[in-house]
Design a protein around this ligand. Structure first.
Ligand SMILES: Cc1cc2nc3c(=O)[nH]c(=O)nc-3n(C[C@H](O)[C@H](O)[C@H](O)COP(=O)(O)OP(=O)(O)OC[C@H]3O[C@@H](n4cnc5c(N)ncnc54)[C@H](O)[C@@H]3O)c2cc1C
Length: 382
């Protein structure tokens, strides 16, 4: 079986690792990505706040050496979901099965003034550049603001606000600074009321101002104000924005999207095209855009393909469950487990912040690097 996997992020890496572990050379996997390496979303915050370095968090695709898997470093220019073929800068590739795991692209230029007057912190390069900007920041009014929905890792802006508090406090700048978090959501983590309550209590304790159900639509570079969808203005000295998300252009042009994202069967991740699957942020599967959900979806596709290679059936179905680690500052991390089942309200558990959960989060990263790249990693090494 020839499996063509587009994108080596959380979803593509997990799927190729599982296929290799279970089928070895009995499967022919081609994994394509245009980046030099993989960076965990949470590592962007670690670099930005000076907790580690860019070199320590970029996992080179040169280390993806697995039986049955060929990694191709190139840009995908066209996808034909009927022929299960792609055109790339390195030629055409075809599979018996095609899996689209190309994630969500980020468009800071879509928010007027964002690039001129502020910064985005969702792409690796922009987050890495912010490290120096934050080092040089003398204190002042900081806004962390979301410019559109949906956006990856809904807890990340709240984590950023809490880490910003610590960062400024450690430098003796907190007293002369203000931190505001502006989000279109009504609660920091809507599916987990307990997590939202804990975050709001942490904001209140630290004097972080919280602006729910509010979207930033533009920045005025001359007056250094952020303008909300309702027309209100908030003055800032430093604006950190979550930019607009959309599928990569090559996905939009493939004809696979409905309302901007690839629709899939929520239990099997199959698209409407035969033997074509999509996993992760590129889909409209109904769970948040986060790596843990992409990974779990990749596991379901892996189960289906492994069963198919062995001429067996599988009962494996996507259950919409994800565990998310939340940075609370003070070197503590909390944990939320949420399950999304179509037609029902999401439910889950919340564990209070602790140093033990910070160690669990580090092990989460380490275990993925070991499985995907075959080497050891300590997430905060510098
Ligand atoms: C600040 C921040 C913090 C986060 N924290 C967490 C967290 O704690 N936990 C969590 O679970 N998630 C977190 N996330 C979210 C997480 O990073 C993403 O949701 C996850 O990476 C999505 O996985 P994916 O496989 O769907 O797509 P991605 O990981 O985005 O992978 C898509 C891949 O496709 C490649 N690609 C795209 N277009 C092309 C093309 N034309 N040709 C070739 N290759 C292409 C890209 O280079 C990329 O490697 C965070 C995100 C951010 C920004």
């Amino acid at each position: 079986m020839r499996v063509l996997i587009l994108g080596a992020g959380f979803g593509g890496l997990q799927l190729s690792a599982r296929l290799s572990e279970e089928l070895g050379d009995d499967v022919e996997v081609t994994l394509i990505d245009q980046a030099d390496g993989f960076v965990f979303g949470f590592s962007k915050l670690d670099v930005m706040f000076g907790r580690t370095t860019e070199q320590a968090v970029r996992h080179s695709y040169a280390d993806v050496v697995k039986p049955g898997v060929r990694f191709v470093s190139t840009t995908i220019r066209a996808i034909d979901p009927v022929a299960k073929r792609v055109e790339t800068d390195a030629g055409s590739f075809e599979g018996d099965v095609l899996v689209v795991a190309l994630g969500a692209d980020l468009h800071p230029e879509a928010t007027p003034g964002l690039l001129e007057a502020g910064y985005e912190f969702y792409t690796p390069d922009a987050a890495f550049r912010l490290r120096q900007v934050l080092q040089d920041f003398p204190g002042g009014r900081v806004i962390i603001g979301v410019t559109s929905t949906p956006f990856k890792c809904p807890p990340a802006p709240s984590e950023t606000a809490l880490l910003m508090h610590d960062f400024l406090a450690e430098r003796g700048l907190r007293d002369r600074s203000e931190i505001a978090l502006v989000m279109p959501l009504g609660a920091p983590i809507p599916p987990s009321p307990a997590a939202s309550q804990a975050i709001l209590a942490a904001f209140a304790e630290r004097g972080i101002s919280w602006h729910p159900s509010t979207l930033i639509t533009r920045l005025d570079p001359d007056r250094k104000v952020a303008v909300t969808a309702a027309g209100d203005e908030i003055v800032f000295d430093l604006f950190l924005g979550v930019p607009k998300h959309q599928v990569p252009a090559v996905v939009a042009e493939s004809g696979m999207c409905v309302d901007g994202w690839i629709p899939v069967d929520p239990l099997t991740l199959q698209t409407s095209y035969e033997d074509v699957y999509a996993v992760g942020d590129v889909t409209s599967v109904g769970t948040p855009k986060a790596g843990v959900f992409s990974e779990r979806q990749a596991d379901v596709v892996a189960d289906a393909l492994i069963a198919r290679a062995r001429d067996q059936q599988t009962a494996s179905r996507y259950d919409g469950t994800g565990i998310c680690y939340l940075e609370f500052g003070a070197e503590e991390v909390a944990r939320v487990q949420v399950t999304f089942v179509s037609g029902q309200p999401p439910y889950g558990t919340f564990d209070d912040p602790s140093a033990q959960l910070a160690r669990d989060k580090a092990e989460f990263g380490t275990s993925r690097v070991r499985r995907w790249f075959g080497r050891d990693w300590t997430s905060l090494e510098s």
